[in-house]
Design a protein around this ligand. Structure first.
Ligand code: NAI
Length: 252
């Protein structure tokens, strides 16, 4: 185990690409040591390359750990790997997420379960795994990726909206449990952000989304990462249990 008095350490789940990777860069740019995470050994090599790029670009340390957050033991192993490498955990960004869209009437139970397993249970397992080190050091930040779907609902996303609404309940309950121990817990609810997840939408769907966004454009991963970096900072110490939309006014 390395010295635990160095710069803060952040775990970002599902950070091989998209919003998670942008969050990892934003935290590294603020001097944090980074634990990237991908869901399986198959993507580990690519994620290790991302870790090397982050370390050299921002002059910090970064490692990559393969762990399926939907598995409680693997989530615990992810936290253990962070402690083993860096000796402390200051920030957890529960970013890993999947969609399996479809109208509820035709949605297979497995598609409901799979989305809840990753998006909601995964966030709980990872939060549980970092709570002891964070409460022991009496400081920590847990940032959960929800969605405007979880706040307002979205047709074709009964599973996803339920999981992301669940993330909001989880955030508020944990915020109340952990506030006196110096740990804040907040949720970010992005709108339409341009990543692989939204690349699956048709041009029609994207155009329709864009019409409803007051800012007139889809968001970029960096738009979300900037808020995550703020919530992870010392300045955000008195903000807890909140859900903040990053959606260019989509939800107005
Ligand atoms: P993405 O699909 O590009 O990235 C998701 C990442 O999570 C991938 O790296 C994937 O490998 C990882 N992942 C999936 N299952 C995992 C598991 N079991 N264990 C560990 N990692 C796993 O998606 P994007 O857009 O970057 O989304 C990031 C988060 O933001 C997700 O939670 C998503 O629901 C949320 N979000 C995204 C929005 C968007 O418009 N792109 C809007 C609202 C919320």
């Amino acid at each position: 185990m390395t010295d635990n008095t160095g710069s803060p350490v952040a775990i970002v789940t599902g950070s091989s690409r998209g919003i998670g990777l942008a969050v990892a860069h934003a935290l590294a740019a603020r001097g944090m040591r980074i634990v990237l995470n991908c869901s399986s050994e198959r993507s580990l090599e690519g994620t290790q390359a991302q870790a090397r790029a982050i370390a050299s670009e921002h002059g910090t340390e970064a490692i990559a750990v393969a762990a399926n957050v939907a598995d409680a033991d693997e989530a615990a192993a992810l936290a253990a790997a962070a402690l083993d490498a860096f000796g402390r955990i200051d920030v957890l960004v529960n970013n890993a997420g999947i969609t399996r869209d479809g109208l509820a009437m035709r949605m297979a139970p497995e598609d409901f379960d799979a989305v809840v397993d990753v998006n909601l249970k995964g966030a709980f397992y990872c939060a549980k795994a970092v709570m002891r080190p964070m409460t022991k050091q009496r400081s920590g930040r847990i940032i959960n990726m929800s969605s405007v779907s979880g706040v307002y609902g979205n047709p074709g996303q009964a599973n996803y909206a339920a999981s992301k609404a669940g993330v909001i309940g989880l955030t508020k309950a944990l915020a109340k449990e952990l506030a006196r121990k110096g740990v804040t817990v907040n949720a970010i609810a992005p709108g339409f952000i341009e990543t692989d997840m939204t690349a699956a939408l048709s041009d029609d769907q994207k155009a329709h989304a864009q019409e409803r966004i007051a800012a007139g454009r889809l968001g970029q991963p960096e738009d979300v990462a900037a808020l995550a970096a703020f919530l992870a900072s010392d300045e955000a110490a008195y903000i807890t249990g909140q859900v903040i939309c990053v959606d260019g006014g989509l939800s107005l």
